[in-house]
Design a protein around this ligand. Structure first.
Ligand code: ZN
Length: 446
């Protein structure tokens, strides 16, 4: 009756502070799609969008699936039912969006929109105009804000990508303390490095795989190989019944939001940008422990900040000196009364060239070699030892050795965003696709 087609389905904004999770709703939909004979053609996509938009307080992640099926209406009905259930359980405080389209709708315009959603601030109006133009099916609840993320997740090509295995709890355990053995996570983390990342922060001794809220996630393991994620999953000891897991392909850990070079004059509040320029002021540390310096690229200046939670990363920033040539990436905050310039919250720094660091000091005595003292401005110097005066001597330039070397530096894992590229992945090609394994990506336990 219908012809088999490649379809894409995406969701966003199902979560609230108190209930729900967009990835969980997708996993419930997948559970319903398997028995009706849908064939998936890739891992589900988890697309993190511009993390520097303040009104998106949670992880700003939207999800999508690509699959082959003949009955589009049936899929839409299933997705709609599950999303509506989640919406009512979240006391209708969320603004969920569902989008369904055929592969032909994924045009250059839609791919551009997906790319811009990584670093710009986009409008619902723009999302809706694209949806109408491309014959895309959608449904929203509580407003249309979720359309931006859902549309962006639909067409992101995830050129550079990693994977995340997300393990979900049984509904009866939602809100209860998570019974996951810390030692087993530390051991798994050590044994699967560098195929998994940010499971544990040895500096703060914090476990990073478990969230803290009421959401249905027990833990999520991040890495670069689906097979290794399943191995890592089997190494974690859990003292509660688990529901299921799902492996996502994702732009987490790729710096996908910081791929776009900007001139400082073009930088806008809430954008995620990378800029290159010269350090204009030596860094200073504020009372709150935040470190600031000014950066200039000839078009304008921007205040750059490494905040207190970035801990030892601030020691790198404090070593910068006027004239250093650097590239920095991060989120832009609007100017305010305290900081009249736009402010860039540094997520990584690439030190390209170090300037000479020096001070001017009193010269040594040309007669006996001891230190001289100044006789006043432009009056020359007098030897402290042999008392000879030298009216024509001038101050001496002394080079101060630098304590940093050029290269890339990032904050510790506890200060990472979802999209932050871990330091060990700067030298790994994240464009390589793991072949999709339909037997691997979803597993139901209870
Ligand atoms: Zn002397």
């Amino acid at each position: 009756m219908y012809k088999k087609k490649i379809l894409r389905l995406s969701l966003d904004d199902i979560d609230t502070q108190y209930y729900g999770c967009t990835t969980y709703a997708l996993s419930q939909i997948i559970k319903e799609l398997i028995p009706i004979g849908v064939s998936f053609i890739d891992y589900p996509h988890l697309v993190r969008l511009n993390p520097n938009i303040p009104w998106k307080t949670r992880g700003n992640g939207a999800v999508s699936i690509i699959f082959i099926y003949d009955n589009k209406d049936k899929v839409f009905e299933i997705a709609n039912q599950i999303v509506y259930e989640n919406y009512t359980k979240a006391a209708k405080k969320s603004t969920p969006a569902i989008i369904l389209c055929e592969e032909e709708s994924i045009t250059k315009e839609l791919i551009n929109f997906s790319e811009e959603a990584l670093y710009k601030v986009l409008s619902v109006k723009k999302a809706k105009s694209i949806i109408q133009k491309h014959n895309i099916l959608y449904k929203t609840y509580g407003g249309d804000l979720g359309l931006i993320g859902a549309l962006a997740a639909l067409a992101n090509p995830l050129t550079e990508h990693t994977y995340e295995l997300i393990c979900y709890r049984l509904p009866k355990n939602f809100g209860l303390p998570r019974k996951v053995d810390k030692e087993s996570i530390i051991k798994m983390s050590e044994q699967t490095f560098p195929y998994t990342y940010n499971n544990y922060d040895p500096i703060s001794k914090r476990i990073l795989v478990t969230p803290h809220g009421n959401d249905p996630i027990l833990f999520g393991i991040r890495g670069i190989s689906p097979n290794k994620l399943v191995e890592a999953f089997n190494m974690i000891k859990v003292d509660e019944e688990i529901s299921h897991f799902l492996i996502f392909k994702t732009n987490q850990g790729t710096n996908a939001h910081l791929n776009f070079p900007f001139k400082i004059c073009d930088v806008k509040p809430y954008y995620s940008v990378k800029v290159k320029g010269h350090v204009r002021t030596n860094p200073i540390i504020s009372n709150g422990g935040h470190v600031f310096f000014l950066l200039s690229d000839g078009t304008s200046e921007i205040n750059c900040a490494a905040y207190e939670p970035t801990k030892a990363f601030r020691n790198i920033i404090l070593q910068l000196r006027v004239g250093d040539y650097i590239e920095v990436g991060g989120g832009v905050r609007p100017p305010n009364r305290r900081y009249p310039l736009k402010l860039l919250n540094i997520e990584y720094i690439n030190i390209l060239e170090l300037a000479e660091d020096y001070i001017y000091g009193n010269p040594l005595c040309p007669k006996c070699g001891h230190r001289t003292k100044s006789l006043g401005k432009n009056k020359g110097f007098k030897c402290k030892k042999c008392k000879s005066s030298f009216p024509n001597l001038i101050k001496e330039k002394k080079i101060i050795p630098r304590n940093i070397t050029p290269g890339i530096y990032i904050p510790p894992p506890s200060a990472h965003r979802h999209l932050t590229k871990p330091i060990q992945y700067y030298t790994i090609d994240l464009r390589i696709n793991a072949p999709f394994d339909e037997s691997l990506f979803y597993r139901q336990f209870n």
